[in-house]
Design a protein around this ligand. Structure first.
Ligand SMILES: N[C@@H](Cc1ccc(O)cc1)C(=O)O
Length: 433
């Protein structure tokens, strides 16, 4: 059963621009639509997630989503709204990146659900067969340079400079659309609003080569707004840079915290774009949130749903445990319940020091341990360490140290190798090896 894809995007605030006739096409028949992703990095980031959601909703509405990995276009680099020419990625990097992105895209769509099963393609597969002369004859001839220069996406660069190579990018993307139209009956290309120029180059190539039928176009275009933040800063970045989907680059914990820290102003929009909750569910969250804003109900719902979808239920449970451990609530019992293979994940990002077992066994002085080992993060000087110990401000494995003279033998290692020193919200993990 097909549902109204455009209506869904509308209430979610995910519709930026659309070619006239796009909704008629979607209402008329099951339609294949695609989005391309260039392998500029080995992982997608949450900026890509908004466009991935277009494919997810397209499939949920009963249409066929196609994800394209830009093995060929990635060799060139999209100049759209880029201030300057970029350097090429080398071929090894491109290969690694393509593979990483392909695997991630696979997670989001259903590849086995009958006629609207998702598909994955790589434009290198057709471009590797096409020679330069053939390309000039089959693609370049159909558009004027004047038309290509009129795009907003390259306007600035025409003043500051653009290579022939980058200027040709829109032709490659345009040809992709034509190729997919011809071979897979793809009628729709989607993307972020910065892609409008490249996408309409494609619809134009298709129109010039295939004609239109009584005013009906054969191919359509739709874009989604770039996700913004109400304070004007760039969405999707933390101090550490991009928020990646790959857990090796952005840990599930950091990922969860990112969503948890979004403002009350932005969260309603982000829920609409990134969560799969219905309108009613989102509105219900908004009103419970408004009643008790300090509980951060919207942020928690968003962070939970996305951590589970991008990572896993187990990672989410781990993140909750980690928040308790790092931000207060944990008890010795909770620490003791952490399995050996969970330590790395839970304490990812917490300063750590390794000491030898011999040192640990011979280390009887608490003051020495905490002042030398946890220096800089917790205590700048031995004097301050002593003072903190005297004031009972230090915990070891979440148990308050009762006096600076207390023996280390009073504290058991967690999993026979870890000890957590904390003062307020500051933590330091010592690993005995
Ligand atoms: N130009 C797109 C990626 C893309 C590549 C090839 C296509 O056919 C479509 C889209 C981007 O940079 O985001």
């Amino acid at each position: 059963m097909r549902t109204d894809f455009i209506e869904e995007l509308r209430w979610r605030g995910m519709l930026h621009d659309m070619m006239p006739g796009t909704d008629e096409q979607l209402n008329k028949e099951m339609t294949a639509g695609y989005i391309g992703f260039d392998p500029t990095a080995a992982s997608l980031h949450i900026g890509n997630l908004a466009t991935i959601m277009l494919l997810v909703h397209l499939q949920k509405a009963g249409h066929k989503p196609i994800a394209l990995v830009g093995g060929a276009t990635g060799m060139i680099g999209d100049p759209s709204f880029k201030a300057s020419e970029r350097s090429f990625l080398d071929e090894d990097t491109l290969r690694i990146n393509q593979e990483g992105i392909r695997k991630q895209l696979e997670q989001f769509l259903d590849f086995d659900c009958g006629e609207n099963s998702a598909e994955m393609v790589n434009n290198y597969d057709w471009f590797k067969e096409i020679g330069f002369l053939q390309f000039l004859r089959e693609a370049g001839k159909y558009l004027s340079v004047n038309y290509m220069m009129s795009k907003d996406s390259v306007k600035k660069r025409l003043e500051t400079g653009i290579s022939f190579t980058e200027f040709s990018y829109q032709l490659l993307q345009g040809y992709d659309f034509y190729h997919l139209y011809k071979h897979k009956n793809v009628r729709l290309q989607m993307g972020g609003s910065d892609q409008w120029g490249n996408i309409t180059t494609g619809t134009e190539i298709i129109r010039r080569k295939e004609g239109d039928e009584e005013g009906y176009f054969k191919a359509y275009a739709l874009t989604t707004p770039l996700v913004t933040k109400s304070d004007g800063s760039k969405f999707g970045k933390s101090e550490g840079g991009n928020i990646w989907l790959d857990p090796a680059r952005t840990s599930p914990f950091e990922f969860y915290q990112f969503w948890l820290n979004q403002s009350d102003e932005d969260s309603p929009r982000y829920l609409r774009v990134f969560s799969l909750k219905s309108k009613e569910e989102i509105e219900a969250l908004e009103s419970s949130h408004a009643a008790e804003p300090h509980l951060r109900i919207m942020q928690k719902a968003l962070a939970a749903e996305l951590t589970i979808r991008i990572h896993s239920e187990r990672d989410y449970q781990m993140v909750l445990k980690a928040s308790d451990v790092l931000f207060g609530k944990a008890t010795l019992e909770m620490l003791q319940s952490i399995a050996l293979d969970e330590f790395d994940t839970i304490f990812n990002g917490v300063p750590q020091t390794e000491i030898s077992r011999a040192d640990w066994d011979s280390c009887l002085n608490l003051l020495d341990l905490i002042s030398t080992v946890t220096k800089s993060e917790i205590y700048p000087s031995k004097g301050e360490a002593r003072r903190a110990l005297q004031q009972n401000a230090v915990s070891i494995n979440k148990v308050k140290v009762s006096s600076p003279e207390q023996s280390l033998a009073d504290f058991q290692l967690l999993q026979d190798r870890f000890i957590l020193v904390s003062k307020g919200k500051k933590n330091h993990l010592i690993k005995v090896i």
